[in-house]
Design a protein around this ligand. Structure first.
Ligand SMILES: Cc1ncc(C[n+]2csc(CCOP(=O)(O)OP(=O)(O)O)c2C)c(N)n1
Length: 567
């Protein structure tokens, strides 16, 4: 036990959780914490908007595989992180939010919380449906346990965001602090180890399958199960499709990779998955964007569903073999059993069918007409970047082009808002990822509409020396919405034309970053090569046609079999 203030206890708790960096904006209700931060080794990165801070913490978490921390003051600071928390919640990202709060008691000792004090917001009420755990500290002595619980819950089982609300007086009061590592949370016992009987059933099903296939979701990335997945796929020669969140968990330059399934999945993955007779689905929620209408999704497949979150199993699809467990230990157990029973499979009829389909797909792949199309640019970008480079995306056509045409090779190298679809996520997430992996080039693939939503974080990237590359696929439109209006609303364009402002190169320069316009693929290559050497953020403005569509596409309300529009 040690006596110290709540603010000191908070910093000590963060140190014990091995926190090295946090992202945030200060304010009245955080002053005691920021005062202690002055003497701390923890780096505080000053964002320009709290939403940006939350996305930075999220990008940091996704790139590093550890919790990312953001901090915001009471009231508007706290409400500004709400989108960031919802985003992290839907993508199972361990973001820890620390919020200042008005004092529990005012000077005249009457209760203050709940009386509409200046900058008071009920952030616990607001964030309850979008956090895995949230708690308001009532006394300084509760801080160590609240922080310990938040990190434990956020990072174990299915990860997710947690919030600790810190009334100002709890930050200043001195108390005896107990930093015990023991954390007991009633009703929270995540089960990560699968049941051996279910493993046996899964292995039998896989061994008897004629057309087995893997559907790998975000859970594989989160659990670090890529090596185990590769081993199973190669042993049984199973083609692997990924969900949007699963992208990067399996090397897309591998012959067994089919790419993503879903609304903008590859024609190859969307077609082949319908042929499977056994589907090994790992760490996926079978989201509608991945499956299309469920009627007709994998009609002949018996599904083995592995997920650490029991609530996901049977939620959207009926499964033959449910397995509650973390992807890594579960795939390890399946592997151990499989290697005892089979030798590496040879190319049977199914593999030959898959390979033929893949060859055809690759030979007919349409990257659009003209020199500077988004697919061509993304292909060139892949050629120019090292394998471990991290791609973040914004939301819209840019995001779907990136998913389709930027081949990811290493796990955790594709960071995108899959569940909430948050425009403005990519740039701050890229900054967070760069802080986590300073040696890796980090590139945000942006639409002009999305970049406008958090472009002020250029200030953060420049003043905090966090150089990333932003490629603005600039169609002067809210492109994805325009695409839907073009295809499904008789080209009646409404509220999508953004105009040609701002000049993104000048905007970047105004912040002290590099800003460049390019007009050709050759110019693009030269600029990227330069940007990789430059120690400041580079924004590359790329003009693209406002009429370009992202294809293939599963039209709304249709199934994967209805995928249309090219390859
Ligand atoms: C915060 C937010 N607001 C609105 C939307 C709805 N929305 C989805 S895509 C899109 C257009 C995105 O435009 P842009 O960033 O320019 O990308 P593009 O589709 O042109 O590549 C919009 C408005 C959203 N996803 N997120």
């Amino acid at each position: 036990m040690a006596k110290m203030t709540g603010a000191q206890a908070l910093l000590e708790s963060l140190k014990r959780e091995k926190v090295e960096v946090m992202f945030g904006i200060s304010g009245g209700a955080l002053l005691p914490i920021h005062d202690v931060l002055c003497d701390s080794e923890i780096r505080h990165i000053l964002a320009r908007h709290e939403q940006g801070a939350a996305h930075m913490a999220d990008g940091y978490a996704r790139a590093s595989g550890t919790a990312g921390v953001c901090m915001a003051t009471s009231g508007p600071g706290a409400t500004n992180i709400v989108t960031g928390l919802a985003n992290a919640y839907l993508d199972s990202s361990p973001v820890i939010a620390l919020t200042g709060q008005v004092p529990t008691y005012s000077a005249n000792t009457s209760y203050m919380i709940g009386r509409d004090a200046f900058q008071e917001a009920d952030i616990i009420g607001i964030t309850t449906p979008i956090t895995k755990y949230n708690v308001q500290v009532k006394h300084a002595s509760e801080i160590p346990n609240a922080v310990k619980s938040a990190f434990y819950i956020a990072t174990t089982g299915r990860p997710g965001p947690a919030l600790v609300d810190l009334p100002k007086d709890t930050q200043t009061v001195k108390a005896e602090m107990d930093f015990s590592d023991n954390v007991q949370i009633r009703g929270y016992k995540p089960n990560t180890d699968p049941h051996p009987l279910q493993i046996k059933k899964a292995v039998n099903l896989l061994l008897n399958a004629e057309r087995p296939m893997v559907l790998a979701g975000g859970g594989v990335n989160l659990s670090g199960a890529s090596p185990e997945l590769l081993q199973i796929a190669e042993l049984l020669m199973m083609p692997v499709a990924t969900t949007f969140m699963g992208k990067s968990c399996f090397p897309e330059n591998h012959p067994l990779s089919m790419g993503n399934i879903g609304m903008h999945g590859t024609m190859l993955a969307n077609k082949m998955i319908l042929e499977a007779d056994v589907l090994l689905a790992v760490g996926t929620r079978f989201q509608d964007r991945s499956t299309g209408t469920l009627n007709g999704f994998c009609p002949d497949a018996k599904i083995i569903h592995i997920d650490v979150d029991a609530a996901e199993i049977g939620k959207n699809v009926d499964v033959e073999v449910p397995i509650v467990g973390d992807a890594k230990p579960t795939l390890t157990m399946i592997n151990q059993r499989l290697v005892k029973k089979v030798k590496k499979q040879k190319n049977g009829p199914w593999v030959k069918q898959v390979q033929a389909a893949k060859e055809k797909y690759l030979s007919e792949l349409d990257l659009g007409s003209g020199d500077l199309t988004s697919p061509k640019l993304l292909k060139e970008l892949r050629r120019l970047l090292p394998e471990q480079a991290i791609i973040a995306t914004e939301v819209g056509q840019n995001q779907m082009w990136a998913a389709l045409h930027f081949q990811t090779i290493k796990p955790r190298t594709f960071i995108s808002s899959g569940g909430l679809g948050t425009m403005g996520f990519g740039f701050p997430a890229a900054i967070g990822a760069k802080v986590a992996c300073p040696e890796c080039p980090v590139v945000d693939i942006a639409g002009d509409g999305s970049f406008r939503m958090t472009e002020q974080e250029l200030g953060t990237s420049v003043t905090e020396d966090i150089p990333v590359i932003v490629i603005v696929l600039n169609n002067s439109m809210l492109g994805m919405v325009a695409q839907w209006q073009r295809l499904f609303y008789q080209k009646r364009y409404a509220a999508v034309k953004l105009g040609n402002v701002p000049d993104f190169a000048k905007l970047a320069q105004a912040y002290g970053a590099e800003g460049v316009h390019i007009e050709s693929l050759t110019e693009f290559s030269a600029v990227i090569k330069n940007a990789l050497k430059t120690e400041v953020t580079t924004v590359i403005d790329v003009p693209i046609s406002p009429d370009d569509d992202v294809f293939p596409m599963v039209p709304p309300g249709k199934g994967l079999k209805d995928t249309v529009g090219g390859l």
